[in-house]
Design a protein around this ligand. Sequence first.
Ligand code: C5P
Length: 214
Amino acid sequence: MSKTFTIAIDGPAAAGKGTLSRRIADEYGFHHLDTGLTYRATAKALLDAGLALDDEQVAEKMAHKIELSGLNRDILSSHEIGEAASKIAVMPAVRRALVEAQRRFSERAPGTVLDGRDIGTVVCAGAPVKLYVTASPEVRAKRRYDEIIGKGGTADFDAIFEDVKRRDERDMGRADSPLKPAEDAHLLDTSEMSIEAAFQAAKSIIDAALSRNN
Ligand code: C5P
């Protein structure tokens, strides 16, 4: 079996874990999987086919068809798809199908970075490095708001703020694999930390783990 090294990154929406994960994967030459996209792709396929979002068997079948190589955040980034994704993410059969594919991905050599909600607690519970990236709901809503305005769009801060809180509630409150830090995760609160500072903090944790591993 090939030797691999897995970095598990979890946290709520808009905490900065996507940017941080890509940066880490680049730095170490590791494969990166944004597991949120697997839930989003399943939700989009259901929406496109006009199928119900509350039928677990139908959603499970769709989840089995998702190809990890075809995931594209540009196509999957809409608010509607995100909401639909968090609805089907409460279904155990959907999670089982997607977690299986995510675990297979995590074994790629020489190493992998997976980011999501349950990577350190469920998908890669044995990962040698686990990071839990978070920020206050206000800061995360402000980042979303700035991002939309920066792209020339219009946005309502209060609506975004309510949305962030609703999504947190759904992700943290579900029975199967709720969002929470693994016991052995390093916490990175990016509320008052630049992405560069978060990256440097992550890098020293990863370098220490890599040297223990060798
Ligand atoms: O991270 P992103 O916003 O793309 O994720 C969309 C939704 O997919 C989340 O709100 C969450 O409900 C679900 N998800 C999950 N487990 C993961 C990744 C995402 O339940 N590992």
